[in-house]
Design a protein around this ligand. Structure first.
Ligand SMILES: Cc1cc2nc3c(=O)[nH]c(=O)nc-3n(C[C@H](O)[C@H](O)[C@H](O)COP(=O)(O)OP(=O)(O)OC[C@H]3O[C@@H](n4cnc5c(N)ncnc54)[C@H](O)[C@@H]3O)c2cc1C
Length: 459
């Protein structure tokens, strides 16, 4: 175990997470008289909104995931540590993180927790084996391998039913991620792969988007939901609404319709984008501070994003529950900047009781459906089609971190949108099988060593 020395006498800020909340909080402290330690389990900052484009061969990993220490290398008061935070002690003011078998304890004066959210299977975690989610780079690369692998297997098969199963792609969850993913799988099969096989016709692939809700993109509602649905249907996506998934296995899914009847969809490649659960660190913080926790595991924070009785501990982004704010990048970025400002104000002598509550400025939200078509809602303004897509393009380029990422993304988009090609169509065996292999190795080793977790060394 090592105790991380952090500056000698300057105020010590620890930030957990290098996503939108953690990175923006750290950057907002650039000129502050503090020492910042950012601890994250991944060495990169991930632009999650474009993960689906990595999964479908448009963008490379580097486009959307710059190394955090490179982003922060000129920020002299910030240090980046790789580690999975396992324990936070808000009274002792320490954070304990693990990297392989090394435990590091980092002391803090102020703490900003931005560990985000993972996929939720609503109590059916075993679905994950065959219908993984889309939250990480590993998820996106695995999905790319599984999508392309299904086409490859179909090319080799002489069996009609097997081919049909291999060429059926099911996306569970018709929120923005599900809609974007279904649209891109359809475009991949209809445009990019057209003519690339000799025994199958990839354009006949079946892409099913299903959800228990009565509409696609329910958060947008009304006209925009209808437009999104129409565009998806024109792309050949089959939309099944009011449909609850009750089982997932290697060969397909069992689905229950509104009238109570159960049916099967035979499908090799399934992806889950139906729900989120906040980082389990939220429960630790709630237990220690007496804060409430909502159904998604998010911590009910004070109006200044802090924990009750602990004005020096902030919970932001996808982990916080406040005023029904949605899990959006802007909420996390603005929360990160706000928490940083409160810390600086405290150093200038402000009493926490005088803090003005966090106020979210809604800049709108958007989702692409296909190339040249997106829906966007900014206040009361609703945009769709080509204009919506231009707005989407502009906003995503604006928020991508780093000039080189912006440039390479723009080039990859030009390739994907104006020709039939996509730059990132390679997939490896490890991408497809590593997750299952690591999980099995972990179970095996934990069973062998009595559950002490030594298998983490494999991860
Ligand atoms: C596929 C997808 C598409 C999306 N599309 C959009 C969109 O179009 N528009 C939009 O506004 N929002 C979108 N979102 C939501 C948006 O990405 C999130 O709201 C935002 O990333 C939340 O920021 P955060 O900082 O709270 O968490 P994250 O960005 O998720 O960052 C969490 C960080 O914490 C780290 N971490 C987690 N647990 C630990 C631990 N125990 N120890 C150490 N580090 C840890 C992670 O490695 C990561 O660095 C999308 C999300 C996904 C998954």
């Amino acid at each position: 175990m090592s105790v991380q020395p952090v500056g000698s006498h300057r105020h010590r800020v620890v930030v957990i997470g290098s996503g939108f909340g953690g990175l923006f909080a750290t950057q907002a402290l650039k000129r502050a008289d503090v020492d910042v330690v950012l601890i994250a389990r991944t060495s990169h900052h991930l632009f999650q909104p474009l993960l689906y484009q990595v999964a479908t061969g448009i963008l490379s990993v580097g486009d959307i995931a710059p190394a955090t220490r490179m982003v922060l290398r000129k920020q002299k008061n910030a240090q980046v540590l790789l580690g999975d935070v396992e324990a936070i002690d808000i009274d002792a003011q320490t954070v304990s993180s693990r990297f392989l078998d090394r435990i590091t304890i980092t002391e803090f004066d102020s703490l900003i927790v931005a560990a985000g959210a993972g996929q939720s299977y609503f109590g059916n975690d075993h679905f994950a084996e065959y219908a993984p989610g889309m939250k990480t780079i590993d998820d996106a690369l695995e999905l790319r391998g599984r999508i392309l692998g299904a086409f490859e297997q179909a090319e080799l098969s002489d069996d009609h039913d097997e081919r049909a199963r291999l060429l059926t792609f099911v996306v569970v969850g018709a929120g923005p991620t599900g809609v974007e993913l279904a649209g891109q799988i359809a475009e991949l099969s209809r445009r990019t792969l057209k003519g690339a096989f000799r025994h199958i016709d990839p354009t006949e692939a079946r892409v099913v988007l299903l959800d228990g809700a009565p509409d696609v993109l329910p958060v947008y509602g009304g006209k925009l939901s209808r437009k999104a649905r129409g565009t998806l249907e024109r792309l050949g996506v089959e939309i099944q609404l009011g449909a609850m998934v009750t089982g997932v296995d290697a060969e397909g899914l069992t689905v229950k319709d509104k009238d109570g009847t159960e049916r099967r969809i035979e499908s090799q490649c399934k992806v889950w984008s139906a729900g989120v659960a906040a980082s389990p660190l939220g429960k630790q913080l709630a237990d220690q501070s007496g804060a409430g926790i909502d159904r998604a595991g998010r911590v009910e924070v004070q109006p200044d994003l802090s924990l009750p009785g602990h004005p020096n501990v902030f919970v932001i982004g996808d982990m916080m529950s406040l005023d029904k704010l949605p899990g959006l990048a802007q909420v996390a970025m603005q929360g990160g900047k706000y928490a940083a400002q409160q810390i600086v104000a405290g150093l200038d002598g402000q009493d926490p009781a005088q803090r003005k509550p966090f106020k979210y400025f809604d800049k709108g939200s958007m989702a692409t459906i296909s190339r040249f078509s997106a829906v966007a809602k900014v206040g009361k303004l609703e945009i769709s089609g080509f204009i919506g897509w231009i707005a989407w393009l502009f906003v995503h380029l604006l928020y991508l971190v780093g000039f080189s990422s912006k440039l390479s993304t723009l080039l990859s988009w030009a390739q994907a949108f104006f020709s039939t090609g996509r730059n990132e169509m390679a997939a490896t065996e490890q991408q497809v099988f590593a997750r299952i292999a690591i999980d099995r190795l972990r179970e095996h080793t934990e069973a062998a060593d009595g559950g002490t977790g030594a298998a983490r060394e494999a991860g």
